[in-house]
Design a protein around this ligand. Structure first.
Ligand code: SIN
Length: 500
C-alpha cells in the first residue's frame, strides 16, 4: 500500500466525477469526526483514494435531510420523477467510460464486466422511470349498499439502502431507482470497499436535477458499519430498509428493524445449485456456467456454487469445462485481455484456499487451478475446478464467493433435486435439460426464488429478483412487486349520502 493514485492517475475523461466526500443534503461533506479511510485497488493492494469515515453520529443529519426532501419530492408528479430518472440514466450512459474505470479500481473486475455492470445498473433507472407512471390504485365492488371501496398507493418516506461491494452501482441503483420512482427519498451506505462509484452516482443524480436530500450517500469503514447501519435501521424517520449481503448480517438488521416495525427487503446469501442432465446441450450449459461462475471471480450471490452433473456426461462435461477454464486470462481489471480480475477482499482468497484444501482432504481432485497467485501484489486466485466433489466438503454447504467450482456427480433426477435443495439457502437455482417435462418439474420443485432454465443469467430489470429460505425475502426489480416495496396501500371507504 505504498502509492497514492490521484484522480489524474485514473485518467478520467471528466475528473469531476471523482468524488471523495460524503453526500448529504446536496452538500459534499466530511465526517463529524474528521476521520477518513483508504480505498484499496484489489489488483495491486495499493491505496488509490480515501473517503470520510461516516459514523452513527452522522446518520441523523442525513435522515433529517432526506425527510425534509421527502415533503416536497412526494408531491412531484410521476411524470416528473420519471423524467428525472431518465436524465440520470442518460448521464450514466454518457459517462460510462469513467464510471467503468472507477469500478475496476474499486472492485477489481475486468473492464468489460464493469461496462456490463453499468448497463445492468442503469437499466433499473430506465425500467423504474416507466414504473413510476404505472403505479395504480384499485376500486372494489362493496358488500354493502351505498358503499364505495378503493385504494391509492403512496410513498413510504425515508428509506435506507445497505449495499455490498460486488456490484456496487447495480445494487445502489436497483434500490434507489425503485425508491425514487415511488416518491421516497433514500440514505445509502455503500460498502467500505466501494464508496467512490456510489458517490459518482450521487454526483450524476445531482446533475440530472434530482433535488438535494433525495439521495444521500454515507461512506464508512468496516469498523463503523454495524453502528451506522443500526442507527439507520432504528431511526424513527426511516420507514424501510433494503439490504443486500450475508444472511448473518441480514438477521442482525432484521432484529434492529423489528423494534420499529420497519418494512424490510433482504437479498441474502446464495449457495446456488447448477444441475446438468444427460440430455442437456453441453456447450450451452458449459458456456452458461463459465459466464455465471467466473463473472467477477465468482463473487456474486447468484453464482453457481455446487454443480451437479449427470454421471453419463460427467467426464465429457468436466473436460470441456476445464479446457475453457484454462483459457481465462487472470490479470488487473484495467489490463487489456484480462477476463478475470482479483478478488475484491483478501479474505476471499483465504476462504477459497481453505475450501480447496478441505476438498482435497475429503477426496476431491483438482482438475485445474487450485492455487493463490503470488506473482502479483493483489488478491488473486486461480480459476479452479474440483472433481469428485461430495457432501462431506465445505463447498457443499458454504458459499464460496471465489473462483472455485466443484463438480458433484449424480445418477437420478430425484437425487439431484434432493442435493440441490439440501441447503438453508434459496436464492437461485439453474437446470439444464432438453426434456420439457423434467424442466417443468425442476422449475416447480427447486427451492429458490429464481430458477434459470437452460440459462445461467436470470438477472434483468424486468425480472423480479429475490430469494426464499435463508436467502431472504422481498423482491427487487420486475413489474409492480419491486416498486410496491416502497409504497403503502391506503384503503378508502366512502358511504354515499342517503344510502347508509
Ligand atoms: C448478486 O448476486 O450479488 C447480485 C447479482 C445480480 O444482480 O445479478
Amino acid at each position: 500500500m505504498s502509492e497514492v493514485n490521484s484522480p489524474i492517475n485514473l485518467n478520467l475523461k471528466s475528473p469531476d466525477l471523482f468524488r471523495d466526500k460524503a453526500y448529504v443534503n446536496g452538500q459534499w461533506i466530511e465526517a463529524k469526526s474528521g476521520k477518513r479511510f483508504d480505498i484499496i485497488d484489489p489488483g495491486t493492494d495499493r491505496k488509490f483514494a480515501s473517503c470520510p469515515d461516516m459514523a452513527a453520529e452522522d446518520v441523523d443529519d442525513a435522515v433529517k435531510a432526506a425527510q425534509a426532501a421527502f415533503q416536497t419530492y412526494r408531491t412531484f408528479t410521476p411524470r416528473a420523477r420519471s423524467e428525472l430518472l431518465t436524465k440520470f440514466y442518460n448521464l450514466i450512459q454518457e459517462h460510462k467510460d469513467d464510471i467503468a474505470t472507477i469500478l475496476v479500481y474499486e472492485t477489481g473486475k475486468p473492464l468489460a464486466e464493469a461496462y456490463g455492470e453499468i448497463d445492468y445498473a442503469s437499466s433499473f433507472l430506465r425500467w423504474f422511470a416507466g414504473e413510476a407512471e404505472r403505479v395504480q390504485g384499485t376500486t372494489f365492488a362493496a358488500a354493502l349498499p351505498g358503499r364505495r371501496v378503493f385504494t391509492i398507493k403512496q410513498p413510504l418516506g425515508v428509506t435506507a439502502a445497505l449495499v455490498p461491494w460486488n456490484f456496487p452501482i447495480a445494487m445502489v441503483l436497483r434500490k434507489a431507482s425503485a425508491a425514487l420512482a415511488a416518491g421516497c427519498t433514500m440514505v445509502a451506505k455503500p460498502s467500505p470497499e466501494t464508496p467512490l462509484s456510489a458517490l459518482t452516482l450521487a454526483y450524476l443524480a445531482e446533475k440530472a436535477g434530482i433535488p438535494k436530500g433525495v439521495l444521500n450517500i454515507l461512506p464508512t469503514t468496516l469498523a463503523n458499519t454495524p453502528s451506522l447501519s443500526e442507527a439507520l435501521c432504528r431511526h424513527p424517520l426511516v420507514k424501510k430498509v433494503s439490504f443486500t449481503g450475508s444472511t448473518r448480517v441480514g438477521k442482525i438488521l432484521s432484529a434492529h428493524c423489528a423494534d420499529g416495525l420497519k418494512k424490510l427487503t433482504l437479498e441474502l446469501g446464495g449457495n446456488c445449485p447448477f444441475i446438468v442432465f444427460g440430455d442437456a446441450n453441453l456447450n450451452q450449459a458449459c458456456d452458461a456456467l463459465m459466464a455465471l461462475k467466473f463473472r467477477h471471480a465468482g463473487q456474486a450471490c447468484v453464482t453457481a456454487n455446487r454443480v451437479y452433473v449427470h454421471r453419463d456426461i460427467y467426464e465429457k462435461f468436466s473436460h470441456i469445462l476445464a479446457e475453457k477454464t484454462r483459457q481465462i486470462q487472470v490479470g488487473h481489471g484495467i489490463e487489456k485481455g484480462t477476463t478475470m480480475g482479483p478478488l475484491t477482499v483478501p479474505t476471499g482468497v483465504d476462504k477459497t484456499a481453505a475450501q480447496v484444501e478441505d476438498a482435497e482432504k475429503n477426496g476431491g481432485t483438482i482438475l485445474t487451478g487450485g492455487n493463490r497467485i503470488t506473482s502479483r501484489n493483489g488478491y488473486f486466485f486461480e480459476p479452479t475446478i474440483i472433481t469428485n466433489a461430495s457432501q462431506a466438503m465445505k463447498i457443499a454447504s458454504e458459499e464460496t464467493f471465489g473462483p472455485l467450482l466443484a463438480l458433484f456427480p449424480f445418477d437420478t433426477e430425484e437425487e439431484a433435486l434432493e442435493a440441490a435443495n439440501n441447503t438453508s439457502m434459496g436464492l437461485a437455482s439453474y437446470c439444464f435439460t432438453k426434456n420439457v417435462d423434467r424442466m417443468w418439474r425442476m422449475f416447480e420443485n427447486l427451492e429458490a426464488g429464481m430458477i434459470g432454465l437452460n440459462t445461467g443469467n436470470s438477472s434483468a430489470a424486468e425480472s423480479p429478483f429475490g430469494g426464499m429460505k435463508d436467502s431472504g425475502f422481498g423482491k427487487e426489480s420486475g413489474k409492480d412487486v419491486a416498486i410496491n416495496e416502497y409504497l403503502i396501500t391506503k384503503t378508502g371507504t366512502l358511504t354515499l349520502e342517503g344510502q347508509y
